[in-house]
Each structure stands twice: as structure tokens, then as C-alpha cells.
Design a protein around this ligand. Structure first.
Ligand code: FDM
Length: 211
């Protein structure tokens, strides 16, 4: 006899540099997939709504100081406190996630005195994304899209180091996409990719990050 199982949803993460359109694209994907009747949910990290997230938000807004190692662990804790969302994946909901542990490692290891291996440690064992869609933009194209905001890390030299770190984090589940095109063209491209990822994930078990 054949047991009835629900196909699991896919865990799809978006990473990218400032002005790459990550957040815009995540939002557009959620609405068009909802229109198609697919079960999808959006998440973003940091999730500023939790107690830990509020501390992170104050740190990013420069209204408080937190020691560099300590804040790295808070960003990671903020992902672990959402790991119950694995249940949603198992029950068939696809998660579209704006930033994940890769941002955690890329940003902290852009600071003086941090090595990547140390930075990865606290996120080991989180649900591993079925795909990481990495939106790239040349510094020139990024500059045309506007200036940096006022939050911590929104500085050109720092962002350059972050990009170099992202390059080092690429694994076989990464898809690098050139974001230097119109919002609608990029959206069309991403819709196709996301549908393929959802199809492919159905029969594969969810893995653990960096194990
Ligand atoms: N950021 C984000 C980190 O430094 N570590 C992390 O683990 C994550 C998820 O927080 F500068 C940084 C990246 C960015 C800032 O992100 C806030 P949003 O997407 O602008 O809210």
C-alpha cells in the first residue's frame, strides 16, 4: 500500500548586496505565487519583531552598542528562534527568506579579527536552503540605484568586503543571478527558478546547514 504524504515545501533564500532588489523581488514572488494558489510564506532575517530582533534593530540603528561576537550570536539566535518553521516546510509550505546565515557570516567576517569558520559555527545544523539565490550588481550599477542609508554597515568599503565574503560562501545550492535588469524582467526570471526549485525539493529530504 502507498502511504499518503504531503510534498514538502522548499526553503529558498535570497542573498545579495545593497540595492540588489532582494526585498522587492521577495515581495513580488510571494504575491504572484499566492495568486497561483501556492502555499508560500515570507520570512526575513533579522526578524526585528522578536525580543532578540529588537536588540538587533537597535544595534543596526546605532542606538546601542553590542560587542561584535555577542551581536553575531544574537543574529544566529534570531534564526534559531524561527527554526520551528521547519514544520511549515514539512507540511508543504514553501518559505521565501530574505537573508539567512550567509549574511550572518559575510557581514561579521568583514570585521577585523573574525574568521569564517568561527562565524559559521552557531548556525551549523539550521535547515539548509534548497537554493540560495544570490543577486549580484556591479558597484557602478548599484551606485546608480541610490545612496546608502544610515544604518550600521551601509558603507561602501564594508559592503565591498561583504561581497568578497559572499563569494567564498558559494556552494552547489547557490544560483548567481545578475540583478542589473528591470524589476519585471528579474521577477520573470526568478519565478521560473523558484518553480524549478519547488519541484526538485519535493522528493528530497531537508538537509542541515554546514554539516
Ligand atoms: N545582517 C543580517 C548581519 O550582520 N547578520 C545577519 O545574520 C543578518 C541576517 O543586518 F546590513 C546585517 C545585514 C544588513 C542588516 O538587514 C540588516 P536588512 O535586510 O537591511 O534588514
Amino acid at each position: 500500500t502507498r502511504t499518503m504524504t504531503t510534498n514538502r515545501g522548499a526553503l529558498i533564500v535570497f542573498e545579495g548586496c545593497d540595492h540588489s532588489g532582494k526585498t522587492t523581488q521577495c515581495n513580488k514572488l510571494i504575491s504572484s505565487m499566492n495568486e497561483k494558489g501556492l502555499s508560500v510564506k515570507s520570512m526575513r532575517f533579522p526578524d526585528r519583531t522578536t525580543t532578540i530582533g529588537q536588540m538587533i534593530s537597535s544595534y543596526l540603528g546605532n542606538t546601542c552598542e553590542i560587542e561584535d561576537h555577542a551581536v553575531h550570536l544574537l543574529f544566529s539566535a534570531n534564526r534559531w528562534e524561527m527554526s520551528e518553521h521547519e514544520k511549515l516546510l514539512q507540511s508543504g509550505t514553501t518559505l521565501i527568506v530574505d537573508r539567512y546565515a550567509y549574511s550572518g557570516v559575510a557581514f561579521t567576517s568583514a570585521k577585523q579579527g573574525f574568521d569564517m569558520q568561527w562565524c559559521k559555527q552557531p548556525d551549523i545544523g539550521l535547515p539548509k536552503p534548497d537554493a540560495v539565490i544570490y543577486l549580484t550588481l556591479s558597484p557602478e550599477a548599484a551606485e546608480k540605484r541610490g545612496t546608502f542609508g544610515k544604518e550600521r554597515y551601509e558603507k561602501k568599503e564594508f559592503q565591498q568586503k561583504v561581497s568578497e565574503n559572499f563569494e567564498k560562501l558559494k556552494e552547489d545550492n547557490w544560483k548567481v543571478i545578475d540583478a542589473d535588469k528591470s524589476v519585471d524582467d528579474l521577477h520573470t526570471e526568478l519565478c521560473d527558478i523558484v518553480c524549478e526549485v519547488i519541484d526538485a525539493a519535493q522528493d528530497k529530504p531537508l538537509e542541515q546547514l554546514w554539516v
